[in-house]
Design a protein around this ligand. Structure first.
Ligand code: NAD
Length: 296
């Protein structure tokens, strides 16, 4: 019998993920606070309802893909939260990128009610969400991880168990701090080359075969006109928002402070994204940081 899934949060990532679960044969009932987000997923033939309370009716698994810690805590905790309404047989998978301590807090509250909950943040961007090639980085009990695997496999191709509750978030925060650093570095190098008269595509090809190669150059070039299908080719719309990257760099800074681990480049990346956001670019994809460097 097919698993019935309540999917909550149908933004740039959650929308395509819910659609891929449905394509893989799972029975999905999805929702989002935004009517536009609901409409986009309904157009793809997925059952969409107006509220999380409706979505969880009859669900065996709940998957959430929300922006930040306070959204996740708001959804699950408190007397009106989902944990108070779910049957103990329901399994919960939170794919949002949130603070490790927030993931642990929600998992502890779930365990107190006898509900199994894992953190399963993702990497791979909107292309990974659309093409079902995401990397899932899971924190939580091994049994719950094994049980979640068939569902995660319908949305991604690499599935890692990082450790106990919150460990998925720790790995994700480290990864995204590195992503911010190599995106800024790639933007800086490309802008320097263009300022010195080079063609951005030619320079990108050279660096991709040289020691400066990295994921931002390979998959997510920040310069318009170099790569099709990336946010830079559509005025930095869609993709991974600057404010979401800023949130992740804040999570890295908080975690580093707690662990007394120095993150000089991560700290600088956070400040650069804060300036970019304050300049009005918070809603643009994070690769738009190149605009901050370009001559007017
Ligand atoms: P998004 O802003 O596009 O979508 C989030 C959606 O959640 C919105 O549609 C919003 O209306 C909805 N929402 C918020 N609170 C809700 C609630 N209580 N009930 C129902 N819906 C609610 O964000 P996104 O880009 O899809 O990212 C989601 C998460 O995935 C974030 O934590 C982000 O850091 C992470 N992430 C994003 C990317 C990316 O490339 N966009 C990549 C990896 C991880």
């Amino acid at each position: 019998m097919t698993t019935t899934i309540a999917f909550i949060g149908l933004g740039n990532m959650g929308g395509p993920m819910a659609i891929n679960l449905q394509k893989a044969g799972f029975k999905v009932c999805a929702t989002d606070l935004s009517s536009d987000a609901r409409a986009r997923v309904a157009e793809a033939g997925v059952c969409v309802v107006d509220s999380a309370a409706q979505a969880i009716e009859g669900a065996e698994v709940v998957i959430s893909m929300l922006p930040a810690s306070h959204h996740v805590e708001g959804l699950y905790l408190g007397k009106d939260g989902l944990l108070a309404q779910l049957d103990t047989s329901v399994r919960v998978i939170d794919c949002s990128t949130i603070a490790p301590e927030s993931a642990r807090k929600v998992a502890k509250a779930a365990a107190e009610k006898g509900i199994s909950l894992i953190d399963a943040p993702v990497s791979g961007g909107t292309a990974g969400a659309t093409n079902a090639t995401l990397t899932f980085i899971v924190g939580g009990d091994l049994d719950a991880f094994e049980a979640a695997k068939p569902l995660l496999a319908a949305m991604g191709k690499n599935i890692f168990h990082a450790g106990g509750h919150g460990a998925g978030q720790v790995a994700k925060v480290c990864n995204n701090m590195l992503l911010a650093i190599h995106m800024i570095g790639s933007a800086e190098a490309l802008n320097l080359g263009v300022s010195l008269g080079l063609d951005a595509s030619v320079l990108s090809d050279i660096m991709k075969q040289s020691s400066g190669d990295n994921w931002s150059l390979q998959k997510y070039n920040p310069m318009p006109g170099v790569m099709d299908g990336v946010p830079a080719s559509r005025d930095y719309s869609g993709g991974f928002g600057t404010d979401l990257m800023l949130k992740d760099l804040g999570l890295a800074s908080d975690a580093a402070l707690g662990a007394q681990a120095p993150i000089p480049l991560g700290g600088l990346a956070r400040q650069l994204y804060a300036v970019h956001s304050a300049g009005g670019s918070g809603g643009l994809d994070f690769s738009s940081i190149v605009r901050m460097l370009q001559k007017a």
